[in-house]
Design a protein around this ligand. Sequence first.
Ligand code: GCW
Length: 693
Amino acid sequence: MKRLFFFALICIYCRLLCAEDGSRLWLRSEPAGTAEVSVSADSPTLNLARRELQAYWKGSPVKLERTGNRNIRELTPEGFEIRTEDNHLVIRSSGDQGILYGAFHLLRLQETGADLSALDIREKPSYQYRVLNHWDNLDRTVERGYAGRSLWLWNELPGTLSPRYEMYARANASLGINGTVLNNVNASPLILSAEYLEKVKALAGLFRPYGIKVYLAINFSSPAELGGLDTSDPLDPAVRKWWKDKAKEIYTLIPDFGGFLVKANSEGLPGPQDFGRSHVDGANMIADALKPFKGIVMWRAFVYEPEDDDRAKQTYQEFVPFDGQFRDNVIIQVKNGPVDFQPREPFSPLLGAMKKTPTMVEFQITQEYTGFSNHLNYLAPIWKECLESDTWQQGEGSTVARVTDGSVYPQKLTAIAGVANIGDDINWCGHHFAQSNWYAFGRLAWNHRLTSEEIAGEWLKQTFSLTGVEQRNSVNVYNEIKEMMLTANETIVDYMMPLGLHHLFAFGHHYGPEPWCAIPGARPDWMPSYYHKADKEGVGFNRSTSGSNAVSQYHASLKEIFNDPLRCPDELLLWFHHAPWDHTMQSGRTLWDEMCHRYSRGAAQVKDYQKVWENALDFIDSQRFEEVRHRLKIQARDAEWWRDGCLLYFQEFSGMEFPQGMDAPVHELKNMRKYKLDITNFENPTYEMLFKK
Ligand code: GCW
């Protein structure tokens, strides 16, 4: 009896000790400390590779070999080969970083239960620059961040280095992410002050062995605001000198500093146009300052003005005329869609349209528009949809991936960026499944050919130890959860904005629906009615040739399809057309019925996800199980709220009945119109807050 009691105590103790709070991300392997690892040279990066393998590798001896062989050199210094040779394994690369990536690759194979008997692997990255963009402010708030406060403890830096920095670097290196922009694109000039640069230097030093370069987002008015000059005009000699001196100061502190990310003349931020100059003038001035040090400029194309044409057209209109005029260390950073990270958008027509200036895609990992860290979403499928979209710019097969990775255009710089979803929450990303998006971004940046399914599988096996988890009551838990991930974004599209609808979000915070929002005097292009244009006749934004003509920014082969409401994919119909309520969809239903069907399907699907999760009860540790269960409840209620809010609102225009058999609304529109999110705590809203009047 006594023995049993002690045994029970030990069990409880162990469970507490091994409490799974998500802090270990996908790197949850227990150290074995048995591996034999030999290495041909010595460097901080190689030491890391050796340390990882010595701790976690459980197989045959491994040799780490830096070599200048031609067939290894062609993999680039970040690429690697892993081969089984006689009774050992060799990881070869022409660079230390490649060896570190090879080590992580090998460990991933082990953790995902791959066959390790005869390895012959060659890998090199799809993009040279694989960069996280943190929208972190210096006061540690995070713009559109839903996982607590910023990781960067600016007030402690440079003296104190939080242990989380190292874990962050390790996690990124395990995926191949090789750059991080530490601060928000809505940048404070202060980041370039001597005081902050010392702090940045400390982080750069810590990240260096992991192959991660540090970048900063800059405020275009820094010369005036920080430097005390009269102007920040990019053609003013004193301003140009200020940037040159600043670059020198930075590179003296951080010799391998990556460069700058710039949001200029966008959403009220300063930029060259304030001085009658162009984006080319602005970007090239900064590029000239960085050039002697091999730094790059990632210049954002996210620009739009309320008084101008259809917002979706503006990025293209602004940048295409400048094609070929940027310095060779400038790359144009383009959001995946023409508007703004909506649950679904067509790809931005700027991608592929610039033939002489390199462009890079910016994805949003943080879920600003897909339920914050309350809704379970796995973003790889929607990112893949963008990467695999054919721009047709150089004939069939000119996919977004290929017009940005150097295979279609001979570009000197290739890059990809993701707006991070990382904060100081113990589990880093708020929702345990949101970690999969950090993971997926890194994996796709490394190899955009990987499928969403492969990535989800890898992540699940490592994160929830689901290797070998098969049946429970004849349900394959691993496959069910994977399927839930793979359908998650489509489900969110269904219950938020199906059929090409976009920007129906509540004003400001973008959490819930507010298609009715109309704030007197507000920017019209920040109001949902600008986008949905619902009236008695129909709904949707006419971007066809009879409307704003945004459709003509796409290559003729696509334009033809998008322009025809009968050929335009249902998924994008209301993006390109103002379609009548009784328009016959590809499903054969009327538009109104199809809309009802999709909203209801989305809300019902979340309830199915709850069942999937309940089936996993025995296979997931209790803390993470409960935390995900809790958020699925919020999501299920939110999904109904979206369904009811949007359908009841649009019904006022369509005047049509709900189709028979549809789940009836459970909320009243007149009440929903009054609900406001309590924005004093909007980082992590709950259903209860949302329904506060
Ligand atoms: O989507 C919008 C966000 C802003 C963001 C902006 C941008 C950083 O609502 O919060 O600002 O995009 O990408 O610059």
